[in-house]
Write a protein that binds this ligand. Sequence first.
Ligand SMILES: [Cu+2]
Length: 498
Amino acid sequence: MQPPNSTLSRRQLLQASAGLPLVLSVPGVAQPAQATAANAAHAATPAQSKPDYALNIKRETIAPLGVPTEATLINGTLPGTEIRYREGDLFRVLVNNRLQSPTSVHWHGMIVPNYMDGVPGVTQMPIASGDAVLFEYKLRQTGTYWYHSHYGFQEQTGLSGPLIIEARDESESYDHDVVVAMSDWLNQPPEGIIPQIRGQWPATAAVKPPPGKYTFPGDKVFNVDINYPGYLINGKSNNSPWSLKVRRGDRVRLRLINSSTATFFRVALDGHELRLIAADGQDVEPLTLNNLVVGAAERYDVVITVKQSGSFTLHAAALGTNQQVVGVIHTADAAPKTNMKSPEFKGTSGGMADYAALRSPHPTTLPEGPLKEFKIDLGGQMMKYLWSMGGEYYPEPFAPDGKATPLSIRYGDRVRIRLTNSTMMYHPMHLHGHFFRLLSKAGTVDDATAPLKDTVAVGPKQEVVIEFTADNPGNWFFHCHNLYHLAAGMARVVRYEV
Ligand SMILES: [Cu+2]
């Protein structure tokens, strides 16, 4: 165990003794050898080398849409530093809080030990101003993930970044491996959005969404709460679009990450088909698509083959709005040139527009176990802007009186959750610490190749069934990944009974 150490405060010792990550009060780069309770548990390990990545979180003013806005940035960039590992590596990342306020970082989609999950109030204390925490765990997966703050509205103001784990033996070959992180951006503090929607504050343009021309495939209306002034690809708006230089004939793996707080994007690349090879980090049977929809917090990996010399616009249309954000993929002999015409999105649509088409390349059937079933309705009170799971509100900043019953499970259970949606909005539901099988067709619980995901968007009046084996003990957040729905109560904790 951790020996008594005179440099630790009483609070730190309390946290350490509670089995929580130990927080060091060291400005700048901390001494990682002492940084976590996890290290303390491995007392035989001598002093470790430096972390692989240090995420220095600071408040800065930036203007991605041309309007200076307060942002919460990692190492000064938007999105934050790309973390890239290889299969089987040890994850060693230091989070340095240089804000005046607390923070937290959650590793989205990662199968982490519970106390590394980064959810304040569920798995750890917030990281206090000036403190640093080393996150260390053995990587048990490959694919495209991301990380983001789970504290307040920091995620909306820039605190997120890509997290990539390359497989040692990738099934596809490609010449470029590139992250395309899509996000929504506000020119105002996000804390004011919910009071405006509730009519408690004077409304700005951001809370008056006009009817949007970009609909869900099949011309279905897509409702949004927020009228964002703009959207970004890899931190860049249409004012200076993100671009990628390639050669004719190149194969390019695009790791599409929807790191927005509320927006669903429909994506297409002019003149090219998209070969979908992975969803939420997990391989799927390849599909040839013309466009796809990426729900908030989802990831889809596509491979494109650059057919000819030229400049090809990557369109990401924000569903429910009249806006798209573009990027450009161009060959070296062609200048990057954007096509700002509205994409028509002809042909086959995939991703979250057709979950049933996603097939795992290997069986995902679960081991036998005591069946534990839950039925949870996603609901809310529109006029009050409160969002619920199973009629209960999780105590969050905009649902302070909420009280939500944990979903109690036991190690070894086969947990099946039936989600219904009685609201008029999509809810991108995310379970921490586990992959679940997505049983998109009713009555398909025996479906051997159901895809594994960590986030599933449940549409208005839709029903979705997910199931997973309870094999990672702890308290795990299960919530809507629309940050404003979460802040107004849409969450539960899945709790392993001991
Ligand atoms: Cu929601």
